[in-house]
Design a protein around this ligand. Structure first.
Ligand SMILES: [Zn+2]
Length: 209
């Protein structure tokens, strides 16, 4: 099963991807991870990416596509994959069509108000990276290492609003592009409820094929 996962930061997309990966035995592929991996290696493509990243420029679409093509031709992608954070643009989506047939595009939906509420109640331990939620965790320091918890800049309401605007601007055209392959799921309930809906849908889809 070849899946694209779309969803705003804070929509619960990451948790969902992990569960699909586990139950359907397909890898999760994110461009961020791919770039971090490739710069650790030596190849003409790797060197090109290193140079681009060092200059601070965005990795151009043709390079991203090449990396993606290499990745999805690996044996662990035989049964499919979940793409997370790719494609980001219509141009990338068209290029992707030339190298692979996507079965389904899952769009995780959550209202902006709820996202802001969820993300702004998040606290992070600057020492060990553990994440807490102020609605369930009332202490000010980390349970594991006793370091004082902080609110990351990314989790502050004004930053969240900016990130959501960028997400919407990028994603709206993609939703349109993939309208015939779109499965929309609300993540307003618990992560377990959200995943149950997705799992049922994917199993039905698998049975049909
Ligand atoms: Zn800690």
């Amino acid at each position: 099963m070849k899946i694209i996962l779309l969803g705003a930061p804070g929509s619960g997309k990451g948790t969902l991807a992990k569960q699909i990966t586990k139950d359907f035995s397909i890898p999760q592929i994110s461009t961020g991870d791919l770039f971090r991996e490739i710069v650790k290696t030596e190849s003409p493509l790797a060197n090109k990416v290193k140079e681009i990243m060092k200059s601070g420029a965005l990795v151009p679409d043709e390079v991203t596509i090449q990396i993606m093509k290499d990745r999805i031709s690996k044996p662990d992608c035989e049964k499919g994959f979940i793409l997370d954070g790719f494609p980001r643009t219509i141009k990338q989506a068209i290029e992707l069509q030339n190298i692979s047939d996507i079965d389904i595009v899952i769009l995780v939906n959550l209202s902006n108000d709820v996202i802001v509420e969820r993300l702004s109640s998040r606290r992070t331990c600057p020492n060990c990276g553990e994440i807490y939620n102020t609605t369930t965790y009332k202490k000010e320091s980390c349970e594991k290492c006793a370091t004082k918890l902080i609110q990351r800049d990314d989790d502050k309401p004004e930053t969240i609003k900016n990130r959501l605007e960028v997400y919407e601007k990028n994603t709206a055209p993609l939703i349109n592009f993939y309208s015939e392959k779109l499965f929309m799921v609300s993540s307003a309930g618990s992560p377990i409820e959200t995943y149950a809906k997705v799992k049922t849908f994917l199993q039905d889809l698998e049975d049909k094929n």
